[in-house]
Design a binder for this molecule. Sequence first.
Ligand code: AHR
Length: 501
Amino acid sequence: MSTKKASMIVEKDFKVSEVDKRIYGSFVEHLGRAVYGGIYEPDHPEADENGFRKDVIELVKEIDVPLIRYPGGNFVSGYNWEDGVGPKEDRPRRLELAWRTIETNELGTNEFVDWAKLVNAEVNMAVNLGTRGIEEARNLLEYCNHPSGTYYSDLRISHGYKEPHKIKTWCLGNEMDGPWQIGHKTAHEYGRLANETAKVMKLVDPSIELVACGSSHRKMPTFADWEATVLDHTYENVEFISLHQYYGNRSNDVANYLALPLEMDDFIKSVISIADYIKAKKHSKKTINLSFDEWNVWYHSNAADRKIEPWTIAPPQLEDIYNFEDALLVGSMLITLLKHADRVKIACMAQLVNVIAPIMTETGGPAWKQTIFYPYMHASKYGRGVVLNPIVSSPKYDSKDFTDVPVLDTTAVYNEENEELTIFAVNRDLDDRLLLECDIRNFEGYKVVEHIVLENDDLKQVNTATSQAVAPHNNGDATNDNGRVTATLPKLSWNVIRLKK
Ligand code: AHR
């Protein structure tokens, strides 16, 4: 093994933007064991009086998730929200068509809002624009946010919720560009419906923020035209356009896999360009921001999911078991989101518990941390403040689909209030450690608090309920000598270098 060198200059005044904490959001869908057996398991020894697993609550709090998208996903496009409110014994069982299971409706809007409060998160609520439309969206909003004195607000009160839920962020449907979506639409059909729904929802509550559906992923055949058409219809009535992207190392090509955040970066830049093109076309002063409200690794469970028997309750679905290389990719995806903090104001790791998730549970057994838990937790905990734009000089490599991939993927976040500077860095090199020299010229008096490292000799190493084989240590060697920080970034590693005055 040899050593490569990289350098960076971190300047207080080279600001990208204040981080909107909602960039560390997540997602809980009525899918698989995310809700039933995940956040909610009344028979579990760790369940509280409402059936919520306290061990799961503790792990979600450890990540400090500020916003959670709910109830879907594909699920929302066939969902009747009315099925999930009121006395539990009256709630219907339904055929859930998106994932072909039985939905018991034991948990619905109010219970989810209760749970979100326990983990200190806001709810990012999605409305059904697949099988339903304006009427149901306005009723749900009135039910959730109107104080009292109307049919739906009084219905909420009669269900035991005197205070309105005050849900601020709402998604206008889910992945409506996808032919798999229940009630799939063309961009014109969706754009018209989303705009009329947005208008009516804002009449009910003008304080809400709305997310219009962008493409389901970068390679959708309708990508770009879809965004342009949808924003042409909705521009003045929405605040966000969504992006979704999942990756997988299907051809077992690690160098290429770890370069995929370059494509994510390009996706973000493209959507910004499209949004700004519509802004120019409309001579608008308003800027549309990005909600990257589904992102993660998703491929390990694909084969197992094809064998699931239909019409069962909460079967294990999309239960990807993540390995060490996935944690590196997730770290890089987080860095990519942070680099665009000026326009990406919401992002949701999809998902949170059991379903393509950082937290896993065993039914009746323990809850445990997947490998990807760690970079997500580090970014959410230490990545609050202002994202800086470091000048980086790094060795590069070429892979199957990418050229000039920087070996060092990095960004820095400055928290002025706490007088903390955090450098997040992935060393993508397959063979060599990287000696990082970082000039932090105007951070006088800052000392290294810790250098956290996630490394492992085995890229395919996973964690289980009984073993945390992939877990960070804080024995990294970063030091600061008069504004010159040096650190060794082991080959294939995720690093968090924390400095404080
Ligand atoms: O997160 C899993 C699924 O991925 C969601 O339901 C859907 O929106 C996306 O295709």
